[in-house]
Structure formats: structure tokens, C-alpha cells
Design a protein around this ligand. Structure first.
Ligand code: MN
Length: 733
């Protein structure tokens, strides 16, 4: 069936005739003739060799070539598959291969030979080094890796004939090097197969137990799969969606990984079956998802949309887990036929498009490979190309060097800030900048394997909320959150203490004297606080009304009618304090707002609407707090009494920069943030901060906090940003 996994089993009776038969759909007749000629050469060269199994050696290159045909590779790759061991084992010179079958084939064979001579280290720390070695070998042509993967696949398939020690070594190396490579190249069919083979040799007890368990209920399961398939197909038919539905047990390694991740035994793993629905287009994918979610109950938190957000290797699919018939959990993958082709063959699928059918090349499928290929053709320096390959081959993680040569593994997408936290929490907290390979980079720079990172710190630096958006590792994120929580708590404590102290002043007492007399005991007991500090925090964070505290203090005769005033300004930041202070000054040049007839009054800006000079405004008299300025349109003043409002106007001589947030939505293009920033700076406006967010629909969202002196300056800035062609909309936030 179309959606079935490719079968990579060892074929002991494979012949060149059979191989040519299979290649017929891929290659024109002239190429088939060359393929036969190539086989004859390889057979002659290997005539005296035998495999460990005792079979004639040529069965190995034949099987490797067959795998390459299954992956739908081109003639050069298939020929290289047939010849891949001739240079190493038969003393054939690359020149001879080049003369007989072309330079490309020779180059691929040389690449494969190089890789087979590499001594890979299997320790985790040396992964970066392993990759570097691999990259050196494949720098010429990515097909080297695909041929090498096919070679390794057959060797793993026939591993039973070699010594136990060799089995373990090969399996570990496969898991460390070849599986991540297949994964990064998106060749999932090869990856899954290799993983199962590795499990079989590295953890035979688990592998055979799984095999046994799965075999045990075979008939039962098959009828279950059948039943579910029919159900799904029926439902799809009802909604006139045409597609292919298949079901099978999951591959062993993925079950094994789940057991490990969740720390559970085989019996407790519930979703052993995976179903796949292939349809014609993306709309139908989501339609099928809807159909499935209405037919079965979805398991919360298990839905993943890799269509909207593809994996780094360009894998696209919808994943969901539902409660299927008989209350069994089943995993369902939904994707288009095209996505499936890419999922199974990855870079190999792309190769076919690129080489044979240039006009048909799918838009941005496996873009990174395409870019890599183009890079290969245009770049003069091979080290430049290798850098590009190296960056793109990062699998789950990146390997970063400290200036002293230590290696840290971080997850893909990690930034210098993540690295700083990986070194030490205190280093992270004090980070002000970073150098990568000797050059200054922004903190949000995406680290690449092999980068050497030097963190720059400052004693006065402290983490900020924005850092949470920069960091990708859970360690860094949790350390920053911890710090911010502590800071917030400290602030709340201070605010709470102030509020309480001020409230007590009205009763001519203080925290200190009441504490000495043990007057806080009853309230601490009531709320189970151990320390006075906790009381402050709860007052400061508005969890505990100050009234409730005063009521619980025995020596204070507090009644509800006592007017209490908790000054909000205690919580306000320095900007508003500063503005309030300037408004209080007597010389009119320093006053932001002129209030008719009232010279020395505290004027504050409403935080709700943040008026800036030029906005139409009104003043609202607040009880005991002076005047608060709101914009005429502010929703807060709608329900205030008319009698409390005052006519106020902006002081034209007043110069003070006002922070305003503006929200910019753009098409997501590289460099757009700096382009907008430049435009703002060029008009003489200061940017206090910028927050950027990429959205899945290819749009970018930025919030700039800028300082303007008045409304007209704000308008000017907005309109200058609006004029940029990448910008979709600009608004005051
Ligand atoms: Mn080989």
C-alpha cells in the first residue's frame, strides 16, 4: 500500500535483473544500460570476496543499490551504491571510476570511503566532533550521506553474522551518528528502521519482549485495526473526503522511548497503534482532523500541528491521539501524499524533484537543502560551505564551546543567554552581552554547533522579563522566573510595609511598636503566616485588604467607617512620579498641564489612557490625590460624575519625553526590526524597548516603546513607519 513503510529487509536472492526491473520506473532505458555495466564492473571487482554470512560479497552492494532505488534516488547514487566498497576493498582507483562512470559517481564513492575510515567517538561530548568529521566527508555531495545510510542500513540488517562485540559497537555508532543524520535529513523511513535495529542489538531483552507482546495479540489487533480503518473510512466518505487510511503497530523504538520518558512498563503504554490518513490537500487534512475529533474523543494535549509549524527537517503532518473503539488510545497522523513522500524520503524525495523535474520542484520543501546545494555551487571556499552544512545538521541540540574548550550541549535554537545560564545561574543573571567566535552578537543570536561563546557580565546587571522571550532552554527560563518572582516579592513586601506603616500613622503607632507588643499575632495566626514579611507581601500584592489587617490589631479601635486611603502612587513607577513632580513645580515651563486657577496641585496622568501632549484631555478631581488627566475618549471617565471634571490644557512650553507603545504588524522579513528601528531613530525619536514576535502566518509583530514629546510627533512617527512596504499596520497600543 502507498502509505506503508518502505521495506528494507535483506534480500538474499536479489539479482541485477530484478534491480533493473525496479529501476525501470525511475530511469530511462539508456541509464538502465549504464547501470548493468556498472554492476558487471562491481561484480568482477568483488568476485573473490565473501560476506561474514558466507554469501558472495556482491549481494551487499546490490542490496544497498536496492535501498537507494526504494528511496527513488538518481542513477549516480545507485551506481555509487553498487561501487561504494570497491575503492576500499578492491583497490580500484577513484580515477578509474571517474573514467568509467563519471566524476560524480567517483566523488560519492570517495566520500563513502572517507566516512568508513573515520574513527567516531561514541561519548556524548564528542558528538560535535563526530558531526564535523561527517561533514568533512560529505562536503562534496549530500548524496554521500544517503548512500552511506543505505550502506549502514544493510549492514545493520545483516548484523547477526558478526561478533557480539562488533554488533554492539556498530549499533551504538548507528544510534549516535546515523540515526540523527537520517532524522535531520528527514528520511524517517530509514531513521525508524535503524532505530529498531539498534534497539534489537543494544537492548535485546527489551526488543524481544516487545516483539513477543506485539506478536501475541496479533489476530486481535489486526481485527481491531480493520474495524478502526473501516470506521474512519466510512466517516470520511460521509463527508466526501477521499484518501488512504492505514494502521499498524508503532515501531519498537518509539514505544521504548515512551517507556523511558514516562518511566513506565510495557503494560502501561496505552497507545501502541498508529493510524495514518493521507489526503490530497491541506484543507482536507484539517477536515479529516475535524471528522476524527467528532467521531472519537481526542486526548487533551496530544494534538500537534506540524503543518502550520513544520519540524526543522521540514516534516509536516497533523498528529492527534484519540480514544478509539473499545476505549483504546490510538495515534493518528494526517497529511497530504506529498508531505508523506517528504516524511518518508526526506532529502531523497527532494533530490528526485530537484534533479529530474526542476519545474515541478515544490515551493519551499526542504528549503535548507536547496539553499545548501546552491551554496555548494556558488561558494568558492569549501570551509564556508562546511559551516553551512554543519549549522543545518544540528539535530536535537547544538554543541557550544566555552572559551576554555569545554563543550555544552544546548537545545536547538538556544541563545547566548541560554548558554550563560548553562554555565552558571549567576553568570546568566549578570549577562550583558556575548561574543561568538570573537564577535559581539545580540543576546537573541541563534547559536550554531561549534560556536565558541564568551559571556560578558556586569555586576549591576539583573534579569528582565524580556529575557523569557529570548531563552529557549528550560533551565534558563526557570532561573529567570525564579529571579523575577523574588524581585516581585521583594517589591510587594516593600509596598505592603509602606501601606501598613502609613495606615498605622493615623492611629499614632508603628509597625515596630505593635510588633514589640505582639499585636500582629492574631492576624498571622488567622492566615497561617509565619513571618511578618508574608503579611507585607500579601498587603502589597492586594491579596489582603489593609482594613482586614487593622481590624485584627487589638489596640487599634478601627471601625469600617474610618476613611482609609491607600495611596496608589506607592506602586507607581518612577516615570509617573517624575511627571507628577514636574507638574507640581510653580514655573509654568515645567508643567505638563495647565489647570486653570490652580497653580500648585498634584497632576497625574491616567495610566489607563496614557495621554500625551496633543491628546484632547480632561482633568478629574480625585479624592485627596489632586487631579488625574485622562483623554476625552478614555472609557474610565465615562462613569465618573461630571462635577468632578475640570478643564485642563497642555502646556505648550512643556518639554518632557513621553513613553508610548506602538504596535507594528509586518510581513516577516529578515532585518525588518532593524529597518523599522532605524526609521524611528532617523526621525530623532528614542526607542526605549522593542519586543518582537514572529507569528505562524508569516507575519511579524513588534511593540516599540518610544519617547515622543507630543501627539504630532507620535503621528509623524507612525506615518513614517506606515510608509514602509513590509508594514501591514501601525497603531498606538
Ligand atoms: Mn558497504
Amino acid at each position: 500500500m502507498f502509505a506503508e513503510r518502505i521495506d528494507f529487509s535483506h534480500e538474499a536472492n536479489l539479482t541485477i535483473n530484478e534491480l533493473v526491473n525496479r529501476a525501470e520506473v525511475l530511469l530511462p532505458d539508456t541509464e538502465l544500460t549504464i547501470l548493468r555495466k556498472c554492476y558487471d564492473f562491481a561484480e568482477k571487482m568483488h568476485i573473490n570476496h565473501k560476506r561474514s554470512s558466507g554469501e558472495p560479497y556482491i549481494i551487499h552492494p546490490l542490496n544497498v543499490a536496492a535501498t537507494l532505488i526504494k528511496l527513488k534516488m538518481d542513477l549516480d547514487s545507485i551506481m555509487a551504491g553498487l561501487l561504494h566498497d570497491t575503492v576500499e576493498d578492491c583497490d580500484v582507483s577513484p580515477e578509474e571510476i571517474s573514467k568509467l562512470f563519471g566524476q560524480n559517481v567517483a566523488q560519492i564513492v570517495v566520500g563513502c570511503t572517507k566516512i568508513s575510515k573515520i574513527k567516531f567517538k561514541t561519548k556524548e561530548e564528542s558528538q560535535a566532533e563526530n558531526f564535523r568529521k561527517m561533514v568533512v566527508a560529505m562536503a562534496q555531495d549530500l548524496r554521500v550521506i544517503i548512500v552511506k545510510l543505505a550502506d549502514r542500513m544493510h549492514n545493520m540488517r545483516t548484523l547477526q553474522y558478526v561478533s557480539k562485540e562488533k554488533q554492539m559497537g556498530k549499533a551504538q555508532e548507528t544510534l549516535d551518528i546515523y540515526v540523527p543524520l537520517a532524522s535531520r535529513l528527514g528520511i524517517n523511513s530509514v531513521k525508524a528502521e535503524l532505530e529498531d535495529l539498534c534497539l534489537r542489538y543494544l537492548h535485546p531483552e527489551i526488543y524481544y519482549r516487545l516483539a513477543e507482546k506485539i506478536a501475541m495479540k496479533k489476530r486481535e489487533r489486526e481485527s481491531y485495526i480493520e474495524e478502526t480503518l473501516n470506521l474512519v473510512e466510512e466517516k470520511m466518505l460521509e463527508y466526501s473526503v477521499v484518501g488512504e487510511v492505514t494502521g499498524r503497530p508503532k515501531h519498537f523504538y518509539s514505544i521504548y522511548k515512551k517507556m523511558q520518558q514516562r518511566g513506565v512498563d510495557f503494560e502501561q503504554i496505552q497507545d501502541l497503534l498508529a493510524f495514518r490518513v493521507l489526503v490530497g490537500n491541506i484543507t482536507e487534512c484539517y477536515k479529516v482532523l475535524g471528522i476524527i475529533h467528532s467521531a472519537f474523543i481526542p486526548v487533551p494535549g496530544r494534538f500537534k500541528d506540524y503543518i502550520a509549524i513544520p519540524k526543522v527537517n521540514n516534516y509536516q503532518s497533523l498528529h492527534t491521539t484519540v480514544i478509539g473503539p473499545k476505549a483504546e488510545r490510538i495515534e493518528i497522523q494526517i497529511r497530504t501524499f506529498e508531505m508523506h513522500e517528504v516524511a518518508e524520503r526526506g532529502v531523497a524525495a527532494h533530490w528526485k524533484y530537484k534533479e529530474r523535474n526542476k519545474t515541478d520542484a515544490p515551493g519551499n520543501k526542504l528549503k535548507w537543502v536547496e539553499e545548501l546545494m546552491e551554496f555548494n555551487q556558488t561558494s568558492t571556499s569549501s570551509s564556508e560551505f562546511m559551516d553551512a552544512v554543519k549549522n543545518d545538521l544540528d539535530v536535537g541540540g547544538v554543541f557550544i564551546f566555552t572559551p576554555t574548550g569545554d563543550v555544552k550541549e544546548l537545545r536547538y535554537g538556544a541563545t547566548p543567554l541560554d548558554f550563560a545560564y548553562a554555565v552558571h545561574t549567576e553568570v546568566g543573571n549578570k549577562t550583558v552581552g556575548a561574543k561568538v567566535n570573537g564577535k559581539m552578537v545580540p543576546l537573541k543570536y541563534r547559536l550554531k554547533s561549534g560556536d565558541t561563546v564568551e559571556v560578558l557580565t556586569s555586576k549591576t546587571q539583573t534579569p528582565s522579563k524580556d529575557w523569557l522571550k529570548i531563552c529557549k532552554t528550560s533551565r534558563a527560563i526557570s532561573k529567570i522566573k525564579q529571579y523575577l518572582m523574588k524581585i516581585e516579592r521583594d517589591e510587594q513586601k516593600e509596598v505592603g510595609e509602606n501601606i501598613l506603616e502609613k495606615a498605622l500613622k493615623r492611629f499614632d503607632t508603628s509597625i515596630k511598636s505593635l510588633d514589640k507588643k505582639g499585636e500582629f499575632k492574631s492576624i498571622l495566626d488567622k492566615y497561617h503566616y509565619k513571618l511578618l514579611e508574608e503579611l507585607f507581601v500579601n498587603i502589597g500584592s492586594n491579596h489582603l485588604p489593609i482594613k482586614d489587617v487593622l481590624v485584627a490589631i487589638p489596640s487599634i479601635a478601627f471601625t469600617e467607617t474610618d476613611e482609609l486611603e491607600v495611596k496608589e502612587e506607592d506602586k507607581e513607577d518612577s516615570y509617573y512620579k517624575k511627571l507628577a513632580q514636574t507638574a507640581r513645580k510653580s514655573t509654568s515651563n515645567d508643567n505638563a498641564v495647565i489647570v486653570d486657577g490652580l497653580d500648585d496641585i498634584v497632576v497625574k496622568m491616567g495610566r489607563c489612557c496614557n495621554p500625551i501632549p496633543g491628546d484632547p484631555i480632561t482633568g478629574i478631581i480625585t479624592r485627596g490625590r489632586g487631579i488625574t488627566i485622562h483623554t476625552i475618549g478614555c472609557p474610565r471617565i465615562a462613569d465618573m460624575e461630571k462635577a468632578r471634571s475640570l478643564i485642563v490644557e497642555w502646556n505648550k512650553h512643556y518639554t518632557f519625553s513621553h513613553p508610548v507603545n506602538i504596535k507594528v504588524t509586518t510581513h516577516d522579513k529578515p532585518g525588518i526590526l532593524s529597518k523599522i528601528s532605524k526609521s524611528i531613530n532617523n526621525s530623532g525619536i528614542n526607542i526605549r524597548s522593542a519586543i518582537a514576535r514572529s507569528m505562524p502566518d508569516q507575519k511579524g509583530n513588534f511593540v516599540f516603546e518610544i519617547e515622543v514629546k507630543d501627539y504630532s510627533e507620535l503621528l509623524k512617527t507612525i506615518s513614517s513607519i506606515e510608509q514602509m512596504e513590509e508594514v501591514i499596520s501601525v497603531s498606538r497600543a
